[in-house]
Write a protein that binds this ligand. Structure first.
Ligand code: GDP
Ligand code: MG
Length: 600
């Protein structure tokens, strides 16, 4: 295809503003999916995505379209590149954007701009994309297109009249939007005769075909049956198939400048075909990669344990399987006195953790418990040695000189009535206000620097409840800061329970200790002896609760002589014992750990 006839674009939007629905309409309007074959959210292929209504993995599709509104040729090739919609995947979003020349900025006409809209807009601007502003859902009675067109115009510096109005649901305005994409977004340019360079913007594992890699060709041409080379590590692969998605995979001879497509090499693991890497040809290799490549970096760690200890081998198998599909996942075996055998797993963020956990449970039928997540700390000891701590149990004992924790730049958008509530929350989470703007008279954007450790601890829920769900949040990693952090241990009868240890700011240690000790007092049944629960920093106890002793007699409630009932009770008690864990002399039902951790 002549690059002059190609337009590469993505749709950026806050969650639920209608990206998937609009994409569906585009498939229909361009005629590549017939009405009767249409099913909602055609491109969201993973079950979990469809159920949760979120886009996890980018998909892309090639759409034929007319060169101008008054013609009925199909002279244009549109490539729509779907971007993952969540903060945890910022890097993948940035690579998808880098594969495009333009972006449709989609805003719900009843909601206005939200945090994710802005965060993605900033990323798009950093990549020099042409922005096409669009208000969606104009069919809604609650739509306020005039008001929100002002808001958008104000932010991107255009006229309110330049903001298109569409409905992904009814299809109104969708053909006009496609025409606008053709008219406004520049055609790709590249060196057609130079050595081939293609950007990998997505890579997915398929059980039948192995890894399917999605690329955007920048220079040169890649044909089938050639040997390709990954520029990050020099590894070469045989090309088994090269093709385009329209809307199903279709093999082609080759892909040239500006084209978007996929290839298959037979590799079985997405780590060998990484997002952000540059692909070139072995026999005529490019000298320089496209840049911007970076290894995925786990930001959040948590322990994952099977609730039923005998499922440990199953968990390992499930993780190994998931690894083929998820280049950002890291894990290693870990043992916990409280929870038994499990894994220490690294994630890109909280949503990534949730997705992984849900996939493990869903796809392998496992029941899992995860320990409270923690971020990655960097500790410089007094003797100058430096260590990276991903697990509270690795917190050093010696004299620490400096401790660093990761921070993020957060964008919050809410009706201005909630400004006070949000500021209070962010201050309580050790945030520093860096900026504040009014999007309109009634809506405000707040920018904060916050420790990531504070965000992964219940921040979304706290924000939601303080703003009745009207605030939106997005954030990006922003380096690290020095902080006064301590490790709080929770002890049962003097014995630390590893699963409950946490690294917290020193001013919050007491609150954490009191909360956990109180929770455990409620959850752990009385024993034959008194059990003290303590929270401690090193040897210093900062909070204490006590479980009073009782003499436990399961038969006490049986009045008189029903023998079979007695036997049943005794058997039940034996059953219960099996699921008890011993912490020192204290018997703790597994459920107590599960309950204490599940809403920590
Ligand atoms: P995404 O999260 O941006 O992919 O959003 P979806 O496409 O999943 O849409 C979120 C919700 O908004 C769904 O319930 C859609 O049915 C609804 N929706 C999407 N577009 C429109 C529209 O144009 N009009 C109306 N009334 N509802 C829409
Ligand atoms: Mg979607």
């Amino acid at each position: 295809t002549d690059p002059a006839r190609i337009r590469n674009f993505c749709i950026i939007a806050h969650i639920d503003h209608g990206k998937s629905t609009l994409a569906d309409r585009m498939l229909e309007v361009t005629g590549i999916v017939e009405g009767r074959n249409m099913r909602a959210q055609y491109l969201d292929r993973m079950d979990i995505e469809r159920e949760r209504g979120i886009t996890i993995k980018a998909q892309n599709v090639r759409l034929p379209w007319r060169t101008a509104p008054d013609t009925d040729d199909a002279g244009i090739v549109l490539h729509m590149i779907d971007t993952p919609g969540h903060v945890d995947f910022t890097y993948e979003v940035s690579r998808s954007l880098a594969a495009c020349e333009g972006a449709v900025l989609l805003v719900d006409a009843a909601q206005g701009i939200e945090a994710q809209t802005l965060a993605n807009l900033y990323l798009a601007l950093e990549n020099d994309l042409t922005i096409i502003p669009v208000l969606n859902k104009i069919d809604l009675p609650a739509a306020q297109p005039e008001k929100f067109a002002e808001e958008i115009a104000h932010i991107i510096g255009c006229e309110p009249d330049d903001v298109l109005r569409v409905s992904g649901k009814t299809g109104v305005g969708v053909p006009e939007l496609l025409d606008e994409i053709v008219a406004k977004i520049p055609a790709p340019t590249g060196d057609a005769d130079g050595p081939a360079r293609a950007l990998i913007f997505d890579s997915v594992y398929d059980i039948y075909r192995g890894v399917i890699t999605y690329v955007r060709v920048v220079d040169g041409r890649i044909s089938g049956r050639e040997k390709i080379k990954m520029m990050s590590n020099g590894v070469t692969h045989e090309l088994l198939e090269i093709g385009v998605i329209s809307p199903d995979p279709k093999p082609v001879e080759s892909l040239g400048v500006g084209e978007v497509g996929y290839f298959i090499t037979g590799v079985k693991d997405v780590r060998q075909s990484r997002v952000g890497d540059t692909v070139t040809l072995q026999h005529k290799a490019a000298a320089e990669s496209l840049g911007g490549y970076r290894d995925p970096k786990p930001m959040v760690y948590s322990g994952l344990y099977p609730i039923d200890g005998s499922e440990y081998p199953l968990l390992r198998e499930a993780l190994d399987k998931l690894l083929l599909n998820d280049a950002a996942l890291v894990y290693e075996p870990e043992t916990s006195a409280a929870l038994g055998f499990g894994f220490r797993v690294g994630f890109l963020g909280l949503l990534h953790l949730e997705i992984v956990r849900e996939r493990l449970e869903r796809e392998s039928g496992l029941s899992l418990i995860s320990t409270a997540p923690n971020v990655v700390y960097r500790v410089v000891m007094e003797d100058g040695t430096e260590l990276v701590v991903t697990n509270p149990s690795d917190w050093p004992h010696g004299k620490m000189e400096k401790i660093f924790e990761p921070i993020v730049k957060a964008t919050l958008i809410a009706p201005s009535d909630y400004t006070g509530a949000i500021m209070e929350l962010c201050q309580g989470r050790r945030g520093a206000l860096t900026g504040m703007d009014y999007l309109s008279e009634s809506r405000v954007e707040l920018r904060y620097t916050l420790p990531l450790g504070e965000i992964i601890f219940d921040f979304f829920d706290a924000l939601k409840s303080r703003t009745r769900g009207y605030a939106s949040l997005d954030y990006q990693e922003a380096g690290e800061q020095e902080s006064q952090l301590v490790k709080v241990d929770i002890l049962l009868q003097g014995e630390a329970v590893d699963a409950f240890s946490a690294i917290v700011h020193k001013d919050k240690a007491y609150a954490y200790g009191v909360m956990m000790a109180g929770k455990l007092r409620e959850l752990i049944p009385r024993q034959q002896f008194e059990v003290p629960i303590q929270a401690a920093i090193g040897a210093r106890v900062i909070a204490r609760e006590t479980i009073r002793a009782i003499r436990k007699d399961v038969l006490a409630k049986c009045y008189g002589g029903d023998i079979s009932r007695k036997r049943k009770l005794l058997e039940k008690q034996k059953e219960g014992k099996k699921r008890m864990k011993m912490v020192g002399r204290v018997e703790v039902p597994q459920e107590a750990f599960v309950a204490a951790l599940s809403n920590a």
